[in-house]
Design a protein around this ligand. Sequence first.
Ligand code: ADP
Ligand code: MG
Length: 405
Amino acid sequence: MDIDKIRRSAGIIGESDEVQEMLALIGQVANTDISVLITGESGSGKDLVAKAIHKNSRRKFENLVIVNCAAIPAGIIESELFGHKKGSFTGATESRTGYFEAAHKGSIFLDEIGELPLETQAKLLRVIEQGEFMRVGDTKIQKTDVRVIAATNRDLAEEVKKSNFRQDLYFRLKTINIEVAPLRDHISDLHLFIERFGLEFTAKNDIPFKGFSAEAQAVLKHYDWPGNVRELKNLVESILVMNKGERITEDMVKKQLKLDTYNTNPNLPVFVNDNPDKVERELILKQLLFLRQDVNEIKQMITGGRMGTVEEVHPANPALYLPPPASDQNQVSPVMTNIEDGTAHAIQEDAIGETTMAELEHEMIERALEKFRGNRRKTARALDISERTLYRKINDYGIQKKFKD
Ligand SMILES: Nc1ncnc2c1ncn2[C@@H]1O[C@H](COP(=O)(O)OP(=O)(O)O)[C@@H](O)[C@H]1O
Ligand SMILES: [Mg+2]
């Protein structure tokens, strides 16, 4: 199986042995129907692994139903998973299908499986082993064909000892166990994460990206990363907001690391090296930028211009996510594709640090025009902008002459 294809399917970054081995293992198991248990610390990338497994399986054109077991109250989780029959409990005024039915022929990702109540665990084992379940309040056996992918940041062996987790289910799940390494164990990948997260964030928020200095990166390499890649991503974004458009220095990184650790520890005073007004202004600015990012994402969902990572929230239940329809899955705009492939000239190593968003945009438009031999309608569509906008930008950047059709 093609490792690069797996990498791209879920946008997994990393060249270290840890990541390469993980990708190889995903490749070995993806195309089978065996249940998989993904373990690893919070923020280490378990969700991405689950998506990579589904997208590289023969079920890739069917649903991947994502269920966060920790987000659903114990009292209703069975009815959520397996559905219920009308009148089976107070409030059950209609029959309802569960996630296992929604996932029929596809995959179900049970995140935080360690939080599943014991009784529900027994029913889950039955679905895994026999493909059978019953709706709550029903006596009719239902059949389903679902591939189960589970994840946890708990030590399940320990939970079995404490009688919080069924041993039979644990044995069933752990036959294929993908362990996702904590960031501190593949810290050699750090620069790749910084580059990707930095580029993505600045592109979305229209700020130039001038990179992180070697000293700044060295500081980050010595940090312990208890929150793993998720924490790194947040940190990179915060630093870029606080130091808009600047090259990131060692001092900026140290300051933000301190701020973040203070923020997560309520017993420590707020970082007061700066004058409080400035800190406040920066925090407000940061919130505004995040807000803008959210609005952009929502816009993309509404207009259907999905960017690969945006997921549809199931209207009836926010704990359930459905991936975009199969036909859309690889429809990522060329800008994103190039960033992910790392092939675009504009983001080659030596260019980072000097390039502004306007230059990047200019270049993307030229390249797209070239690709479509000056056809503006096709170019606009490929770049996911309107023809009007394209005309305006062609004029702004003065690129029209080269592409007279
Ligand atoms: N190897 C990786 N490559 C790219 N992004 C990653 C990687 N690992 C984690 N991330 C990013 O870090 C964040 C947390 O990852 P996630 O899969 O949700 O972690 P977990 O499920 O283990 O808590 C997400 O934004 C994810 O995209
Ligand atoms: Mg997760």
